[in-house]
Design a protein around this ligand. Structure first.
Ligand SMILES: CC(C)(COP(=O)(O)OP(=O)(O)OC[C@H]1O[C@@H](n2cnc3c(N)ncnc32)[C@H](O)[C@@H]1OP(=O)(O)O)[C@@H](O)C(=O)NCCC(=O)NCCS
Length: 200
């Protein structure tokens, strides 16, 4: 594994925020975020935008946040076990893992995952939950989750992102518009530090 440095991305570094937005757009699809929306997420206390630098180059970026109760129904296609898990625990959601093509398979995704798991643990989450986007075109995040000890929750869901894509105008870089890729759900129990929840 090459040496990487992990940085928290906020609006105080506009250039880095801009580069993260370009990376998300290129790897995850056009129309996913506006700059203003990403800025707000990056500066919020209950979410994290993190980047992985190789020298001065932004090799990867990813996001995480606390699941709000209104967000639980998004996961209902994954079934009863998924909903029970989400309703009964404090859930941290892993979102938008994006690594530059030339840097894939070299540990960047793993470094970003481990940084987000530490942050979710410190902020008192019981579980980390992530979706794998089953585009079948390049490296998918299922390898990443399995290798970090995540368990699959429920079945693969066909065309999971279709309505989101239609609602937001998000163009999938792998299948176009609307996105008809399937998704799988993964979860991992976290060992929250004593007192972390009280600190929030
Ligand atoms: C998915 C993604 C974030 C992973 O990042 P990465 O830097 O390539 O991942 P890593 O190099 O840390 O590898 C993670 C694991 O996957 C394995 N892996 C990597 N490429 C693989 C491949 N082509 N086939 C099988 N396993 C692979 C690695 O061996 C590693 O497992 P290990 O720790 O047991 O060795 C990145 O490839 C990417 O941006 N893909 C396109 C966008 C995408 O699908 N994002 C996820 C949105 S849900």
């Amino acid at each position: 594994m090459t040496q990487h440095s992990i940085v928290k991305i906020t609006s105080s570094n506009d250039d880095l925020l801009e580069r993260a937005l370009s990376l998300f757009t290129k790897v995850l699809g056009a129309g996913l975020y506006t700059k203003a929306a990403l800025k707000q997420i990056a500066d919020a206390e209950d979410s994290l935008v993190t980047g992985c630098l190789e020298g001065a180059e932004l090799a990867g970026a990813a996001m995480a946040g606390r699941l709000k109760s209104a967000g639980v129904s998004f996961y209902s296609p994954f079934g009863k076990d998924a909903i029970e898990l989400l309703n009964g625990n404090i859930i941290g959601v892993l979102q938008n893992s994006a690594v530059e093509e030339s840097h894939r398979g070299k540990g960047v995704g793993t470094a970003l995952l481990s940084n987000r798991i530490s942050w979710l643990t410190q902020t008192g989450c019981d579980y980390a939950v992530g979706l794998t986007w089953l585009h079948g075109k390049t490296t998918q995040s299922d390898h990443l989750y399995k290798s970090a000890g995540f368990q699959k929750v429920g079945p693969n869901v066909l065309e999971f992102f279709k309505s989101l894509s239609q609602r937001t105008g998000m163009h999938c870089p792998y299948c176009g518009f609307p996105c008809t890729c399937s998704a799988a759900m993964y979860a991992k129990k976290l060992n929250a530090k004593k007192g972390a929840r009280d600190a929030k």
